[in-house]
Design a protein around this ligand. Structure first.
Ligand SMILES: C[S@@+](CC[C@H](N)C(=O)[O-])C[C@H]1O[C@@H](n2cnc3c(N)ncnc32)[C@H](O)[C@@H]1O
Length: 282
């Protein structure tokens, strides 16, 4: 090597500390991995951000049991058979429910996720678990619901209603697309949350009535309290959430001819009352 070039490289390595770090000091940048392929290496692209415990032996991810979720087992049991069904899933997060529906035999799940990191985690999950039935799409499902006239055998709305910019509009768009709708959500339930309950604290106090056509719902604005700035945030696209009254939501479905079965009511849940329901119209 040209002695001037060698001297330059030597100084550069000294300045960068490369001489002390050996070969590692010559790594191009942090975009590369340096071990043979493994599920953990793929999962670790998003280390620290995983909410779900992935069903892969020996892999460290998150802790939430969304790939083995009693609420989804209940749903599938209530539905009887979902063999060959088409499903629209709003906000899959990391695809846990998507995977469970595939195991139950659905033909396809169109799962629309607006969070770019969550969408990519869904793609990692799809690759690792070989979820051929899952079609993860990056997008705002509100925009999709407003423009589509596709029909689905089942619509999944788990953990999304209280994250919507305009939840009454979302509900109106949802009931156009399916006669079977599964909802899990937090709700305002005044009986479960009397005045002074600490779970009122994140509520901003802003309470409005939203009317669209013949429907009116009460919107309770709730702060995310800064969590929206964190990479593991799994809420909505706005910097505040809107909680609905449980009874108003159940009435909304019943007025449209849906029979509603509720389950997993947790009036004492830490964040606020929650429950799920299956609404079916024949
Ligand atoms: C609380 S998580 C619920 C995840 C999963 N469905 C469950 O029940 O465990 C809400 C998910 O919806 C996504 N989301 C929120 N608003 C959305 C929107 N307008 N369009 C698409 N995805 C959205 C979030 O990024 C997040 O992944």
């Amino acid at each position: 090597m040209n002695p001037a070039r060698a001297a330059f490289d030597h100084v550069r390595r000294l300045v960068n500390g490369d001489r002390l770090r050996g070969e590692a000091g010559w790594r191009a940048n942090d975009s590369f991995v340096h071990h043979a392929p493994s599920p953990q290496q793929a999962v670790d692209i998003f280390a620290g951000d995983w909410a779900s415990k992935l069903p892969i032996d020996g892999v460290t991810s998150g802790t939430a049991g969304l790939f083995d979720d009693a609420r989804i087992r209940w749903l599938i049991e209530r539905l009887g058979s979902v063999e060959g069904w088409s499903v629209l899933e709003l906000g899959p997060l990391e695809g846990g429910h998507t995977a469970m529906l595939g195991e139950a035999g659905v033909a396809s799940v169109v799962a629309i996720e607006a969070n770019k990191s969550a969408y990519l985690r869904c793609l990692v999950v799809k690759a690792l678990l070989k979820l051929d039935h899952a079609h993860f799409e990056l997008g705002d499902f509100d925009a999709f619901l407003a423009q589509t006239d596709r029909r689905f055998d089942l619509l999944m709305a788990s953990g999304i209603l209280y994250h919507m910019a305009d939840p009454l509009q979302t509900l109106l768009d949802m009931v156009k697309l399916s006669d079977r709708i599964f909802v899990w959500s937090h709700f305002v339930d005044r009986a479960a949350m009397p005045v002074g309950d600490r779970r009122w604290r994140p509520m901003t106090g802003e309470v409005t009535k939203r009317t669209i056509g013949d429907d009116t719902m009460t919107y309770h604005v709730r702060s995310y309290r800064g969590s929206e700035g964190k990479s593991e945030f799994c809420g909505g696209t706005m910097s505040r959430s809107i909680w609905l009254d449980q009874d108003e939501v159940l009435d909304f479905f019943r007025r449209r001819g849906f029979a509603v079965e509720t389950a997993f009511a947790e009036p004492d849940a830490v964040a606020g009352p929650s429950m799920c329901f299956l609404a079916r119209r024949s």
